[in-house]
Design a protein around this ligand. Structure first.
Ligand SMILES: Cc1cc2nc3c(=O)[nH]c(=O)nc-3n(C[C@H](O)[C@H](O)[C@H](O)COP(=O)(O)OP(=O)(O)OC[C@H]3O[C@@H](n4cnc5c(N)ncnc54)[C@H](O)[C@@H]3O)c2cc1C
Length: 448
């Protein structure tokens, strides 16, 4: 037993919410280490330790210059950019096929504005079928199985053969893993959930509003904090602020823990300045709908009248049942090339996991999906042109942080910097809010 009264050891060995998990094999080699705990990932590592995973299958390469077909799975931020960039770079006889079970591309950052009544979903979604006009085949169907050895994607409407495959299926939300979710919570990450939150905020006259992050990892590390700021602003403008308490519960030790501490401290200060109660290191156990309580694993319970939740995230089922699934529960890729263990198979965006030099995972965010998509499109196009590609993802990223009252902050930098990411925050203000709005307009106009 080692005394750790001032928490020095805890801070050194944790990523804010859990200690490092290390799995040592029979030959005394470390075969798995991660400083965020995902039980399924750990179980997969143990299973693979005994089964010895097969090495990447060496499949026959297509001839340089042959027409070929690239299949892109997912028409979200990563898949959409990848398909458009490929079309731009490859000759017309190269087929580009995009598969998505949704008919519409949804620009997810705008969900937060929907939550406070500033957007309707029709204002931030666009039909993916528009891609057909741009020379991209769109298949509105579900990807069900990946047969990587034979280069086939099995979909609900037939098999698709590919020469190159880009998996950009995002993270699947799993609210069903939170007991009591349907009875008591609203989903902060879907249009349906945000419509309910807006209606509930309009009806609210008093009580406790809660924002809960039950599990890590989750996409867009800023989003729940932005939700808290926007809800606070909405409630204050409604004139009922003094009747309402706002609480944010998270397993993180600080906001946006992958970024330097100064950034998290500044967001924590802004929460405090607005009277938002912050509960870091909150280890969620369950929701108790009968008493409307959010319960922690230490038994502590908080009554909440209006609860918005970031549901737990997992890889989509088609990935979970494929050999691409890594020990983290997502797809492990080369951080620079986004290549998986399989030839000509790439994974980008939220479905991929990239470990940073400091051991933490690259946050799941559209800005990274966007840049990774460009890298992969360039690499594939170079490959078809017979060129050895030097296109690499450099780890740069940025994000706007909505603060309510028409103001926003902005943080950006290099997440691949060693030993820690170098990220700086700009002084919040109105121009940054308007640049976030301008980016939304640009995105929807430019890509679809
Ligand atoms: C509220 C909110 C705010 C956000 N704000 C920001 C922000 O300000 N900045 C930022 O950078 N990021 C933000 N994000 C995160 C960003 O939206 C995601 O990181 C990004 O969309 C990831 O892109 P992706 O291509 O990996 O996945 P997604 O965009 O989620 O796309 C995945 C696609 O795959 C499809 N799909 C899944 N499974 C199947 C299947 N089996 N068959 C066929 N299709 C399937 C889905 O329908 C979906 O269209 C925010 C997210 C949310 C929820």
């Amino acid at each position: 037993m080692i005394s750790d009264g001032d928490g020095t050891l805890f801070r050194a060995l944790t990523n804010g919410w859990v200690p490092w998990s290390v799995l040592v094999g029979p030959d005394a080699r470390v075969i798995f280490s991660e400083n965020e705990f995902d039980e399924s990932g750990f179980s997969i590592a143990i299973k693979q330790m005994y089964e010895r995973p097969t090495a990447a299958t060496a499949t026959a390469r297509r001839a340089v210059g042959s027409a070929g077909c690239t299949v892109v799975l997912g028409g979200g931020a990563g898949g959409l950019v990848a398909a458009r960039e490929l079309r731009h770079r490859l000759p017309a006889d190269h087929r580009i096929v995009l598969v998505d079970r949704a008919a519409e591309h949804l620009y997810q950052p705008s969900l937060l504005w929907q939550m406070v009544g500033e957007r309707r979903p029709s204002q931030f979604s666009r039909p993916l079928v528009r891609l057909q006009r741009k020379g991209i085949e769109f298949h509105n169907t579900e990807a069900q199985m990946l047969d990587l050895d034979n280069r086939v994607v099995v979909t609900a409407s037939g098999d698709l053969n590919y020469d190159s495959l880009i998996v950009s299926l995002g993270a699947q939300l799993a609210p069903e893993t939170v007991s009591g979710f349907d009875e008591m919570a609203h989903n902060l990450y879907t249009p349906e959930g945000c419509a309910q939150i807006h209606a509930a905020l309009q009806d609210l006259t008093e009580g406790v509003v809660g924002i809960l992050i039950p599990a890590m990892p989750y996409k867009c590390p800023a989003a729940p904090y932005e939700a808290a700021f926007l809800a606070e602003s909405f409630i204050r403008r409604k004139g009922i602020r003094r009747n309402v308490e706002i609480h944010l519960f998270t397993p993180e030790h600080t906001p946006m823990p992958v970024a330097p501490a100064v950034l998290g401290d500044s967001i924590a200060d802004m929460l405090a300045a607005r009277g938002i109660h912050y509960h870091p290191l909150f280890t969620f156990k369950e929701l108790r709908p009968e008493t409307r309580e959010v319960v922690a694993s230490d038994g502590g319970a908080h009554r909440v009248d209006l609860l918005m939740v970031v549901p737990p995230h997992q890889a989509p089922a088609v990935v979970r049942s494929s050999p691409l699934l890594g020990v983290s529960g997502f797809i492990h890729v080369n951080p620079r090339t986004l290549q998986t263990d399989y030839d000509d198979v790439y994974a980008i965006g939220d479905v991929a996991t990239i470990k940073l030099p400091n051991g933490k995972a690259l946050p799941k965010a559209g800005v990274f999906a966007h840049a990774e998509a460009k890298t992969v499109a360039q690499r594939i196009a170079d490959g078809y042109g017979g060129k050895t590609s030097d296109a690499e993802f450099d780890g740069n990223g940025y994000c706007w942080i909505e603060l309510g009252d028409g103001r926003a902050g902005f943080a950006g930098g290099n997440f691949y910097a060693e030993p820690e990411p170098q990220v700086k925050m700009r002084r919040p203000g109105r121009p940054l809010h308007w640049s976030k709005v301008a980016f939304e307009k640009w995105w929807l106009h430019h890509w679809l």
